[in-house]
Design a protein around this ligand. Structure first.
Ligand SMILES: [Zn+2]
Ligand SMILES: [Zn+2]
Length: 307
């Protein structure tokens, strides 16, 4: 299985347009040993390597697709992108869909509540309804694996299973409807021929037994690296919310993911969806050295993983 990280940052990216935190300020000044990152998006190739599945559609999707030749058209009107998978309805994961409006049939995998949250009461969605079947939605139901495919239905050799992960509705839908546990999911993607499994949990506020089982079965796991500590934004004077209130399990605190995941068997463990304030972004920070000593890698734009 070929995996390409197109964007490794949390919502806002790194640097974020209205942020002058030490990380953002110093990366702009060129004085920080850290790489800029766009908002989270990962591409996974079909078993034959010919087609690609995007995990989430960031607001930076155009530049992300241009950044990788394997995702470029192979004809006058063509895209090797077979489908897009959404892990929740947050704008940093879905806004890119509206940028793919150039009359191209799209297949989108999402849970039913994420689909409804994106389509209902959204006049902008009409840009993806210019012709019948412009978008084909396929429903992800936690615990029910299915084979990924594109608009032609040709098998990809990849099975996908959604795993409900503790989360929250997108900010613009808070208070809109009762919370549905399928609002936020992780993914397990398995290569049918090799049995290799990718566990993908880019946002979660906790590790339930189902999440734990999915991570334990993975050969490679991507995990929520949004915040190093629960009070990261508060300490920097950037906000009043703790990481958990934004549905992110901090990395480095007592009871954080570094500690909880210490016994997980996945040979490769990678933090992704990293907020611009996170000290993990700095190449030689003590926090990063702690994560690396625990066997973790820190995702960056352009990172490739082969399973
Ligand atoms: Zn996000
Ligand atoms: Zn910042």
């Amino acid at each position: 299985m070929q995996i390409k990280v197109l964007g490794a940052a949390a919502g806002g990216g790194f640097p974020q347009w209205n942020c002058g935190c030490p990380n953002c300020r110093d990366v702009r000044a060129g004085t920080l040993d850290a790489a800029r990152r766009t908002q989270e998006c990962v591409a996974v190739a079909s078993a034959d390597g010919e087609r690609w599945f995007l995990l989430n559609a960031s607001p930076e999707i155009r530049a992300q697709l241009e950044s990788y030749a394997a995702l470029h058209p192979r004809g006058p009107r063509h895209s090797p992108i077979a489908a897009i998978v959404l892990t929740n309805g947050d704008l940093d994961h879905t806004l890119g869909l509206l940028s793919l409006r150039e009359s191209h049939p799209l297949v989108i995998y999402a849970t039913d509540c994420v689909r409804r949250g994106f389509c209902e009461d959204n006049s902008l969605y009409r840009t993806l309804q210019r012709f019948p079947q412009q978008v084909t939605w396929r429903t992800l139901v936690p615990g029910q694996p299915q084979e990924l495919s594109g608009v032609d239905g040709r098998p990809s050799g990849l099975m996908i299973e959604a795993v409900a992960a503790p989360g929250k509705p997108p900010i613009h839908l808070e208070g809109h409807a009762a919370y549905d546990p399928a609002e936020n999911i992780g993914l397990v993607i398995e290569d049918r021929a090799t049995g290799k499994r990718l566990g993908y949990f880019s946002a979660t506020s906790g590790i339930t037994p189902a999440v734990r089982a999915a991570l334990d079965s993975a050969d490679c796991m991507f995990f929520d690296g949004t915040f190093w500590s629960s009070d990261e934004l508060i300490t920097l004077g950037l906000g009043a919310k703790r990481a958990e209130e934004m549905a992110h399990l901090p990395v480095g605190d007592a009871g954080g993911s570094l500690e909880i995941c210490a016994g997980i068997r996945a040979p490769r463990r990678i933090y992704i969806h990293i907020n611009n304030t996170n000290p993990l972004l700095r190449q030689h920070s003590p926090e990063r050295m702690r994560a690396e000593a625990g066997g973790w890698e820190i995702a960056y734009d352009g990172m490739e993983v082969a399973l």
